[in-house]
Design a binder for this molecule. Structure first.
Ligand code: CP
Length: 326
């Protein structure tokens, strides 16, 4: 289930956005260039460009979300699209309507794009195979599998702070086993050619055969953080854990929590990232989350520009088209 075969059209352009696995370096850089053009739209007095005027996008979140759902909504609005937010708890899904029937009803309303979050790995890929050919799917997180826009906005954030990807040592810390973000980050970082990807976690939170993805495994924070340029912290995803994988949150923080003391092991200009939601005092100390190395809130802002870029590219629109339209 890479999804890459169906996410590109016959000309190599984005049709859906399902995974970072197999995405080319040039396509990732093209998303960066588009996102750079959109990055200042939110600072204008009129926070809009007319690129997706007349298009209808539906946010279908079958799992909770704050950042992803709202930044997709803002991104769609800033592109002048009409956006629908399906509230699953008050929709017919809660009355037993199947996913396929819900989708076919939205198709009948002439939607152009579905942004999908689902607890089942592969849900977005499955939906992309089921919908009418004119509808595009963006994966906003599926089970443990992938969260591609999160990975690209994280790469965009790194790019804004570091000169190039080639010399970077990146540490991803925490619940790798249950993390769709980690998987998508590892694929994107590999494609962008970073020097080293380290994962730091207890053995119980590391997927089998993870070394095949080209990462180095550490169980000790001080060793794993030594000399790194970027630290990506992950939340303990209790909702996806099967069985008791950890002793206690307190003990986890003692061994794997990011504290100011541990940060000293990294490079002096290290950046600290976290996709959110953060759990202060569990995976990250408050003074690090709010500290000078943290770029966590920048990640959220960049999420809007990157999601605008992905939506515009899927619809075959370039930022300069907005000048021609207005
Ligand atoms: N990073 C992320 O996916 O956050 P939400 O669950 O709030 O969307």
């Amino acid at each position: 289930m890479t999804g890459n075969k169906i996410q590109l059209d016959k000309n190599g352009n984005l049709k859906h956005f399902l995974t970072t696995e197999g995405l080319s370096k040039s396509l990732i850089h093209s998303i960066f260039e588009h996102a750079e053009s959109f990055a200042n739209v939110g600072e204008r007095s009129v926070k809009k460009v007319p690129l997706l005027r007349g298009k209808t996008i539906a946010n279908l979140f079958f799992e909770p979300s704050t950042r992803t759902r709202i930044t997709f909504e803002l991104a769609a609005k800033r592109l002048s699209a009409d956006i629908l937010n399906l509230n699953i708890s008050t929709s017919a899904t809660s009355k037993g309507e199947s996913l396929s029937d819900t989708l076919h009803n939205l198709e009948a309303m002439h939607c152009d794009m579905f942004v999908v979050r689902h607890s089942n790995s592969g849900a977005a890929h499955y939906i992309a195979t089921q919908v009418a050919p004119h509808i595009s799917i963006i994966n906003a997180g599926d089970g443990r599998h992938a969260h591609p826009t999160q990975a690209i906005l994280d790469m965009f954030t790194i790019r804004r702070h570091k000169k190039s990807f080639e010399n970077l040592r990146v540490a991803i810390v925490g619940d790798i086993l249950n993390s769709r973000v980690a998987r998508s980050e590892i694929h994107a970082l590999s494609t962008l050619g970073v020097l080293e990807i380290r994962i730091i976690a207890p053995q119980t939170l590391i997927p089998k055969d993870v070394e095949k993805l080209g990462v180095q495994v550490f169980h000790n924070m001080d060793e794993g953080l030594s000399g790194v340029d970027v630290i990506m912290m992950l939340r303990l995803q209790n909702e996806r854990m099967r069985g008791a994988l950890l002793p206690s949150k307190h003990e986890y923080f003692q061994r794997y929590g990011l504290t100011k003391k541990r940060l000293e092991k990294a490079k002096p200009d290290v950046i600290v990232m976290h996709p959110g939601p953060i759990n202060r005092g569990v995976e990250i100390a408050s003074d690090v989350a709010d500290g000078e190395h943290s770029v966590i809130l920048q990640q959220v802002s960049h999420g809007i520009a990157v999601r605008m870029a992905v939506m515009a590219m899927i619809m075959g629109r370039r930022p300069k088209d907005s000048n021609e339209d207005s």
